[in-house]
Design a protein around this ligand. Sequence first.
Ligand code: FUB
Length: 327
Amino acid sequence: MAPLITNIYTADPSAHVFEGKVYIYPSHDRETDIQFNDNGDQYDMADYHVFSTDSLDPAAPVTDHGVVLKTEDIPWVSKQLWAPDAATKNGKYYLYFPARDKEGIFRIGVAVGDRPEGPFTPDPEPIKGSYSIDPATFVDDDGEAYLYFGGLWGGQLQCYQKGHNVFDASWQGPKEPTGEGVPSLGARVGKLTEDMRQFAEEVRDVVILAPETGEPILADDHDRRFFEAAWMHKYNGKYYFSYSTGDTHYLAYGIGDSPYGPFTYGGRILEPVLGWTTHHSIVEFKGRWWLFHHDCELSKGVDHLRSVKVKEIFYDKDGKIVTEKPE
Ligand code: FUB
């Protein structure tokens, strides 16, 4: 399958339908001399582009709206503009992005614009109480908005085991909890304020339950535990929380009855692709469901030079996500 975007390297696609078009908010990968390591230092991105298209037909053109936000514009950021997301509410558009602050700690910022394609003006400080990476927004049918976030290893989620506001530097690097019976660390979720720029409440842990026990997935269950790249979508009144399993390279999901979870593990959406990371979004467009993701085929396997792709997904009669159209 050919990449959707080929003029620059792009990754971590967050797709939304705004004003009848598909808008894609990806990371903008770039060449770097930084050596690959398990902390992700080689993902040294410095700006964001926004893309849009009227059609997901493979031949349809995709418009690059150019740079909409860059490191130099954001007073609190030192480096690494990682996976972003966007939302709209009350006629404004919000771009959420993770980056390292001047102390090297990942925080999540928000930038506001009047149009889905930007430009976006960043708030001068990160969102209070935000940490780690990979923000994903979800605006529910009742208008309430939620921000999911978190990522292990280089994403620093494991540094917050003593509390949401306590950064334990001794856990920095490619580390995570392990041991018999130890539960996995969850992504985090918090409701956003009406103006979409702060948390309206203390953030909570997202729990994924193993269907066979009804208990939280364990930390050593690397095929199913949350690693990074949270996404939320709703289908037939159920909440689908999807994510990357990191070092086992799957996209997986769980289903729940509330945007807070818990979510019962439901299976995989994508098997490993070329490249270490896997990251995605799921969106409905013109009555069909689409999985946006990335791989490294265009760069012939360079982990930090990724390209966005899209494929159709389906649901079976029980609401499970399937990659082939059911008979
Ligand atoms: O693009 C940098 C990081 O790689 C993202 O934040 C992760 O989800 C992974 O895709």
